[in-house]
Design a protein around this ligand. Structure first.
Ligand code: HEM
Length: 661
């Protein structure tokens, strides 16, 4: 199973590092399967990692678990100044950099050179193209264009849309793309789709060239524009622009400083296990996703759910049209002089500030996101901070202090490391653990602390590692703006400008109805009810049942009194959302619990209360989801023009607590 990370690291010059190599560390806890003993030939086929710094001392279990709890335990997080589309562009780039391009080619016809090249980090979009139309025809429609998928309509209100999801093959459970890590959540999936569209559009605008070279001509143009956008738009947003400028003007100081021409790049573990995991701190717990899932209702768990790897989509369960992205909410098109594509600030999604905090749902990842779909995983292993810190122990990663000495930058002080600047505060850790933290700071946290003291941009150690690895990965790519410095973009507004907004405008033909096919002006037929203290209704009763399902000991009597209000406030506090005692769309979406035939308990009672509002023969409110409840739910779904499947998931729940407008 491909996952967003990996369990073993083949480090050039050191061999294979597996969880078993670090005795007594928590590393073993996050390995899905013990790595088999590999012969040298097999090891060659491993993705090639390297080490910029020295080996470090693995952090103790107490430090790893103590830090992970603090890092994921403090909500709510602060918004930064980077539009949140860039978070998932970063995840898309990570998959491009760490793609095992020869994964499907482990046969005997692959030469060692090809293996090494294929398993080297380069910014060349192999996660989009695979091995190209000749070797991977399944990703292409006509040997040139990349295939796109269709969404599934929602009753008469919304039709299915062609070209608004990843292609999905009924014969397989995953999306039909070279790297199905790009189907790990809906945002990265829609980002991948934007790149498919970009390639297809570039292809259609290629002038007369011999038929045999059309594809490569398009690919070269796509890759160079992509690299230009990363160097001039993405990188200066996440890394101190002075460092980016220095690296791209004066060259690298730390990493593969003078490679022999033609040598394939490697991937330093300081980048993949620490620095570039910076993106985890940018993830939000809720998004104003589109006009339907607005006001934070595009929650992270739902964005996982509407994907193939971490959720429920498959070759036959397609993306509902209601979930198509509104790109205007993820990128700021004012930058491209398109005020007609700008949404009000309250609808826009900013990434969380790059700092030491991780949003709380990342403490309970869906197991599919790390390749263990359907398995029961002990809690710490589902915590992303725990996983990141544990990986570092596994490969004996250098500490922040060791890397600061190597990069010759001023190290953070002990006080800065413990208290930070608006991020997490480690003062509560036991004294001994705190001492370990300040003398041997795990690199990932160290780099995020540096960013915290630099207004949310990587600097010092982190800035240098990220800028240098991007530089090397462009230099080592088949098509390279680093090796061809005179190259200039042709698909942006002028010969020096090509940003992500320009890429999207080109890919979606500058059209609002493609960048946001759901539009703004279709008035919803039903609106979610807001509940306040003093209200008395069956909606209140449903809400009380949902609170009871969360362990709150109140009576479900349909009266919104002081005890109910206190329970609502406590629940809101536990979720890290605004504590106002009012049950609006965001609180509702946090309360919903998916129930289906066979489910029992308070949430089922809530469904039964709702169904009885329209049942000629009321069903018993007994918390038992039997055939009568299912039949009632199916009828209800039909009446609201939503998928009739008898399951009360987020969409049906929303309808349950909505009234006609
Ligand atoms: C919702 C969003 C995301 C989720 C759920 C997620 C989850 C994960 C998981 C589970 C791992 C493997 C952890 C391990 O066992 O070592 C991982 C690795 C990683 N993540 Fe993410 N991630 C997300 C977004 C991002 C972003 C935005 C970036 C960068 C901008 C990023 C960069 C990385 C890197 C560099 C690795 C190591 C990859 C490798 O070595 O192959 N991730 N992530």
């Amino acid at each position: 199973m491909v996952r967003h990370g990996r369990d073993s690291f083949f480090v050039v010059g050191e061999g294979l590092l597996t969880p078993d190599t670090v005795a007594g560390s928590p590393a073993q806890a996050v390995a899905a399967t013990p790595a088999p003993h590999l012969a040298e030939a097999l090891a060659l086929r491993q993705f090639r990692f390297s080490r910029i710094g020295p080996q470090g001392a693995p952090a103790s279990t107490q430090l790893v678990t103590g830090m992970a709890d603090v890092i994921t335990g403090t909500a709510p997080d602060q918004d930064g100044d980077i539009p949140s589309g860039y978070t998932y562009l970063g995840q898309f780039v990570d998959h491009d950099l760490t793609m095992d391009a020869t994964g499907k080619a482990l046969g005997s016809d692959v030469t060692v050179d090809e293996l090494i090249q294929g398993r080297s980090p380069a910014l060349d979009l192999d996660s989009l193209y695979g091995r190209g139309p000749t070797d991977d025809p399944q990703f292409y429609t006509d040997g040139l264009h990349l295939t796109m998928g269709r969404t599934v309509g929602q009753g008469p209100i919304l039709p299915g849309f062609d070209g608004f999801d990843l292609p999905r093959d009924p014969a397989q459970s995953t999306a039909l793309i070279p790297d199905f890590r790009n189907d790990e959540n809906l945002v990265v999936a829609q980002t991948h789709l934007a790149f498919i569209r970009f390639h297809n559009r570039v292809l259609d605008t290629i002038g007369p060239v011999p038929a045999a070279t059309v594809f490569e001509t398009a690919r070269e143009r796509v890759v160079k524009h992509y690299q230009w956008m990363l160097r001039h738009d993405y990188l200066p947003r996440i890394v101190d622009p002075g460092i980016v400028e220095d690296v791209f003007t004066n060259g690298r100081k730390l990493f593969e400083t003078s490679p022999v021409a033609g040598d394939a790049p490697t991937m330093p573990i300081e980048f993949s296990v620490a620095a570039f995991r910076l993106g985890h701190s940018m993830v939000r717990d809720g998004y104003n996703w589109n006009r339907i899932f607005d006001d934070g209702q595009g929650t992270l768990p739902l964005l996982f759910n509407f994907s193939g790897t971490s959720g429920s989509l498959s070759g036959t369960d397609l993306l509902p049209s209601t979930w198509i992205a509104d790109f205007r909410r993820l990128y700021n098109f004012a930058e491209a002089g398109r005020p007609d594509l700008v949404v009000p600030p309250s609808k826009f999604n900013m990434a969380r500030k790059i700092d030491t905090r991780l949003t709380n749902p990342l403490a309970t990842l869906p197991p599919g996101s790390f390749g263990q779909a359907g398995q029961q995983v002990p809690p710490p292993q589902a915590n992303l901070a725990f996983r990141n810190l544990t990986r570092a122990t596994m490969v004996k990663l250098a500490s922040g202090q060791q890397m600061a000495a190597l990069a010759n930058v001023t190290p953070l002080t002990n006080d800065q490391i413990v208290k930070g600047d608006g991020g997490v505060d480690f003062s509560g850790l036991a004294a001994g653990v705190r001492d370990e933290l300040t003398s041997n700071t795990p690199l990932w946290t160290y780099i995020l602390r540096e960013a915290e003291f630099n207004n949310g941009r990587l600097t010092g150690v982190g800035g240098r590692i990220v800028a240098e690895v991007f530089h090397r990965a462009m230099e080592g790519s088949t098509y390279s703006i680093v090796r061809e410095p005179q190259w200039r973009p042709t698909l942006g507004p002028d010969s020096v400008t090509f940003r992500m907004v320009d890429l999207l405008l080109f890919a979606f033909e500058g059209r609002a109805d493609l960048l946001n096919p759901l539009g703004d002006d279709l008035p919803p037929q039903f609106e979610i009810v807001e509940l306040n203290r003093g209200d008395e209704s069956f909606f209140v009763e449903i809400m009380q049942h949902l609170l009871r399902a969360r362990g709150f000991g109140l009576i479900a009597d349909g009266v919104f009194g002081p005890i109910t209000e206190q329970a609502v406030r406590d629940f809101q506090g536990s979720q890290g959302i605004a504590v106002d005692g009012v049950v609006g769309p965001v609180t509702w979406s946090r309360l919903f619990i998916t129930v289906r035939r066979g489910s029992t308990g308070e949430a089922v009672k809530g469904v039964q209360v709702r169904m009885n509002q329209r049942q000629a023969d009321p069903i018993a409110v007994d918390g038992d989801f039997g055939p009568l409840t299912e039949a009632a739910v199916r009828e209800f779904q039909q009446s609201r023009d939503i998928d009739v499947d008898g399951v009360v998931g987020p969409i049906t729940w929303r309808q349950c607590v909505s009234e006609p407008v």
